[in-house]
Design a protein around this ligand. Structure first.
Ligand code: DHB
Ligand code: FE
Length: 287
């Protein structure tokens, strides 16, 4: 049977992608940020999974306001990095895992979560920046270390799903993975956050204290963390801080939530600023 070996959580700031693509990683502004991911890249090399189930949000790239799925699973054989206005990022094509994705869709939908099936989709910085942070910078003709199943969540246009629903969905994804009849090692990643607000009078809002308390709770008491109401994210972590509900999908898929052992915290990192955003990062390993 397939199993979830670990969960990874990270912000997905587009300026990080731009710093990588324009060779700015050694500039003093960026050095501490990339240093925080050095242990993660090593961990990733030592613990390369067979598949990454990557929870992220599309930023009006693949889905415009014409069509807004709440939860969308990418079932295609491959996904092209999107052109977000400056040309596509110079990163590899994302290779999918149609068989496992179709199985997860089947299992999760029968488990009462309504997913949108997406057979063709470009993927934006929400998905590619986390891959760079964890896997380094392979060129456009190279490859990411393993197949990726993109799982897009609407956190852009209200109404967006509650943290509670995301947490329950993570549990359904774990059941789906564990009922797949092949011994695959699967990592689940939650991306976006942490505190940031990109517009209006509060633009630039960063809340270090709230972010870190939320991380503590995500690790120690994920169920309580999942009860965080929307208004708390928006008030405390800024309007785009709502992206954090996606981390609860990954956390819900960990073994302890289903009565298993507590995960081990392999790495934790927090850094301000990256553009207008606080960057949070966590690696949790199942035991
Ligand atoms: C920005 C955009 C994002 O999607 C995000 O998660 C953080 C920052 C930005 O435009 O700076
Ligand atoms: Fe974002």
């Amino acid at each position: 049977m397939a199993r979830i070996t670990a969960s990874v959580y990270t912000s997905h700031v587009p300026a990080i992608g731009a710093a990588l693509d324009m060779g700015k990683t050694t500039e003093p502004y960026w050095v501490p940020l990339f240093a925080g991911y050095e242990p993660s890249k090593q961990w990733m090399k030592d613990n390369t999974p067979d598949v990454i189930f990557l929870v992220y949000n599309d930023h009006a790239t693949a889905f415009s306001l014409e069509m807004i799925p709440t939860f969308a699973i990418g079932t295609a054989a491959s996904f092209t990095p999107a052109d977000e206005g400056y040309g596509p990022r110079p990163v590899p094509q994302v290779i999918g895992h149609p068989e496992l994705a179709a199985h997860i869709a089947q299992s999760v939908i029968q488990d009462d979560f309504d997913l949108t099936i997406v057979n063709k989709m470009d993927v934006d910085h929400g998905l590619t920046v986390p891959l760079n942070l964890m896997c380094g910078s392979p060129g456009p003709d190279d490859a990411w270390p393993c197949p990726v199943i993109p799982f897009a969540v609407n956190v852009v246009q209200y109404p967006v799903p509650s943290g509670r629903r995301c947490f329950a969905l993570g549990q359904a994804i774990r059941r789906a993975v564990e009922s797949y009849d092949e011994p695959l090692k699967v990592q689940i990643w939650g991306t976006g956050g942490m505190s940031h607000q990109l517009q209006g009078p509060r633009a630039g809002l960063i809340n270090r204290e709230w972010d870190n308390a939320w991380l503590d709770k995500l690790i120690a008491d994920p169920k309580a963390c999942s009860e965080t109401p929307h208004i708390d994210y928006v008030r405390e972590a800024g309007s785009e801080g709502i992206e954090l509900v996606m981390w609860l999908i990954a956390r819900g898929a960990m073994a302890d939530v289903a009565g298993g052992a507590k995960p081990t915290v392999r790495h934790r990192f927090y850094h301000v600023p990256a553009s207008n955003t606080a960057v949070g990062h966590l690696i949790l390993e199942n035991n």
